[in-house]
Design a protein around this ligand. Sequence first.
Ligand code: PLP
Length: 636
Amino acid sequence: SALYRVDGWGAPYFSVNASGDISVRPHGTDTLPHQEIDLLKVVKKASDPKILGGLGLQMPLVVRFPDVLKNRLETLQSAFDMAVSSQGYEAHYQGVYPVKCNQDRFVVEDIVKFGSPYRFGLEAGSKPELLLAMNCLSKGSADALLVCNGFKDTEYISLALVARKLLLNTVIVLEQEEELDLVIDISRKMAVRPVIGLRAKLRTKHSGHFGSTSGEKGKFGLTTAQILRVVKKLDESGMLDCLQLLHFHIGSQIPTTELLADGVGEATQIYSELVRLGAGMKFIDIGGGLGIDYDGSKSSNSDVSVGYGIEEYASAVVQAVLYVCDRKGVKHPVICSESGRAIVSHHSILIFEAVSASTTHVSTQPSSGGLQSLVETLNEDARADYRNLSAAAVRGEYDTCLLYSDQLKQRCVEQFKDGSLDIEQLAAVDSICDWVLKAIGVADPVRTYHVNLSVFTSIPDFWGFSQLFPIVPIHRLDEKPTMRGILSDLTCDSDGKVDKFIGGESNLPLHEIGSNAGGDGGRYYLGMFLGGAYEEALGGLHNLFGGPSVVRVLQSDSPHSFAVTRSVPGPSCADVLRAMQFEPELMFETLKHRAEEFLEQGEGEGLAFASLTSSLAQSFHNMPYLVSSSSCFTAE
Ligand code: PLP
């Protein structure tokens, strides 16, 4: 576990158990030893049709733990409750979940359910998000906020006002000055008194990758002059009491509590000024930004880590608001945050399988006769490289060997291109070089592990901007990995690989895979952790690979056991084709018809029509990923 830093990024939810498997502690630090769940068992149950109750889902697979979601929410709430009570803050914290982080229906419904004792609400940034939030929240608490962010048109604003009519605690947050006229106009027509917020463009700037929305030149929010114009117009319209919330968002993954406190302090000054100008202020909404320690380093100068925990975050926020309000004599506002990443990252794990690994065959020494005739075919420069390579090998000079072997290979490729070396000779040169390097102890090359996954669909942020996630084999962790590898996906795209890992590594320690290595019928499962936020929401259909299958797993009462409470197969080939406007049913009929013609013409002898069409049908029905035969699982 030290090798993969599981204790760093995984605490308190993930650790390695005595069998060498990843163990999930669904209730965090409150998990009792008998409540721990062996992740490998979950994967087997989900994917193997042969074990008792096995579901036979295809890989890749997302495993969701709603208990983890619940624990994240409770941890966030209790961190703020603690900061409020210990600092004598005279209002409460009530958060909202930004649905863009993971819009999955069951994730949102779980959050609403787990959050209802705490008045936890939702944040929407577009019309469909607002529709889904209205739908989910109607079952929740009436006090929970429904924060409407994002660019708005007439329809969006009307919808938000309908939500208010339906007694949802809806706040329309102005992102642009022009939205105000629409709000005033439409709310009058609909005879609804709106609750209005405004998003301030702070001067405090977060300089990391995730901070580009912040600072004076940031994409969103109102400048100081615009805020003053909004106040004036609301006052003239007799609606200044409707302005009740101040929002800002300085970016995701805020690296330090110093930067956070700086931003919150600046925003609280604006809040206090709005109070002074007569607005009906009640809430300060500090946006997202509560960070995740993806590499377990607790470092504040990297995009993949943060130098604080949830308690320190909450304490810094409460302290910064309290300080400004008390100096200005302003009543303490209700504090709202829009933490997304911090709530949903841990609860879902992407599981995928390494199906093969590249190998280099360098076991036998070339025969001296074969060598002699090969060397004679080489041109003079290549022959000189070969002599230098041999001499350096005798002297045991690693670096010189590497140099001459590269040079020799290069020259031989040139000879191959001009036709003076044939393909067997070219292969023989490669294997001589590899044999020499191996014989003198130059380290084994890094292998390429082929994984049944699309990086574009399942880890889009790695492809887009090299966001790192912990990736770890979920079993065999009691066995020393003997290989190092990079991961290459199924897409026909050179970007479809993972070659950067937490800890600044360019490859990952991995175990040998093969016929029966490590038990489990030689299957080798890897997990990508902490990807519950954004990754599922962003993934596209590159190369027409759709999303993974999903299971929802609850810890159950008997020791070390679990229940799969929902299982959804990933999109089939037909589904992804439909998304591209094809009509799979018609496609199937056309292909079937062609098969009929083909067989009628007496071609394809021995092929039965039924088996041809059934394999065609199966191809439409299956997921686009590699289909594994699960037969080598042993029942437990
Ligand atoms: N609120 C707003 C307005 C955002 O733009 C974002 C995302 O960047 C969030 C909340 C969620 O941020 P995080 O995932 O860092 O909590």
